[in-house]
Write a protein that binds this ligand. Sequence first.
Ligand code: MSP
Length: 503
Amino acid sequence: MPLYYLTTPIFYVNDVPHIGHAYTAVNADALARWHRLIGDEVFFLTGTDEHGLKVARSAQEHNCTPQEWTDTTSARFSETWKRLNISNDDFIRTTEKRHHLAVKTFLERIRDRGYIYVGEYEGLYCVGCEAYYGEGELEAGSLCPIHKRPAEVLREENYFFKLSAFQEALLDFYTANPQVIRPQSKLNEALGFIRGGLEDFSISRNKKSVSWGVEIPWDRAHVVYVWTDALVNYLTALGYGQEDGRWESWWPAVHHLLGKDILRFHGVYWPAMCMAAGIDPPGHLQVHGWLLVGGEKMAKSRLNQIFPGDLADEFGVDGLRYHLLRDNPLGPDGDFTYEAMTQRYNSDLANNFGNLLSRVATVIEKGCGGVGPAPNPSSNLKGEVESHLGVVIEAWGRNSPSEGLEATWKLIQLANASLEATEPWKMQSGPQLDLVMGDALEILRIVAILASPAMPGACQVLWDAIGLEGSPGSAQIPQDLKWGGYCGGIQVTRRSPLFPRKK
Ligand code: MSP
């Protein structure tokens, strides 16, 4: 069984999750669910990034210890992910013992291989990014380009990582493996950073300035820089630093999903750190844009955050998941608007998906005694359905849930158009009606499987309503997509609308 290790970035716990975070988590979840459908053994990791100055300051503002603060806010992420039906196999917290152990093992390895030294550092630091900036990278007034807040001067003795030693090795790696960073424009951006010259960077903080972190194993006066600590989480969750050695079978065939703001850390620092530790660099980085609100990135400081729970209350968890996936392709930035979300919900979910189920169940109740008939083995819909399946599978294979869903909705349109053409609600009970309804049920069954990575809850309801056992998420692609899988002779239940129309 092919292995598929998928990660989200670990989320900072200085704040509660907004829909930008949910965008990353839902996309990752949909990909994980898709890979389970195609028979991969999936290990899907998410979690929280709990150290560093930003988190320590948030705790201070809330009059609690960093540990108390991270316990509270990390739980907000895990609860929200549960609510959004995120099917992660593990949830890592960087304050866990297993992680401290992995970071220590990793750093000792790098030090023993000669890539860590002591030096003096003075630089402009943005606490929001937890990163140093060069003068030229800041906006007028020393403002961070992302957070629009002034960077602070930090000066101290630190341990440094010899990033400069990896410039050639990184260029060679990406020249030989250009498919590692997708989309191509992000590979070019990473190559631009590397070609621009790599400077060594500090991987520790003196406890006098930041004490909330993993201690440097050989010097207890320092803690590990939060990004260095955070990146190692991808290995921790595989048991790195522990006896079992399981990590070696999953690494480096990892798939990191990440936002464009953290490309440099994942596409430059992280592979170099891996090389320094004698580990292969990660095999795949899928980079996505931001979900903007009114053209701006969501941030607590801008008071423009939208919370996933509020939208899930209104549109349902699957309504929210569908909108995030369908309307915001992985790659470019997307702009969230309530109007676009409502329009998409009404057209795709209420009028097409939900309506198809309602009309099929109504006709079957009236004309087929509530029992779903089998599809026509030589239906003329069969060929059309099969031609769309290839498009769906290919799109998901390219990590494009948006296009995969677009092609899946073509099947729904096909079924609705066929019902409109044959008007089964005007037909007498009998074999003719059975064939028409069997075909519609078969398309619903196939749609339930294909849409389940995006809308696991609604697809399960659909699956149950058409009388099938088990779950669409346990189906196997491609074998379960073969025309004729709906066995017929089973109870179809009419239920309240899956997606009631919004005004
Ligand atoms: N803690 C670091 C990641 C360390 S991974 C070893 C971090 N955390 S974050 O909470 O700020 O961001 C986590 C992810 O959420 C990133 O991929 C980021 O791009 C994504 N998003 C945060 N806001 C976002 C939007 N408004 N839109 C889309 N994704 C956004 O960075």
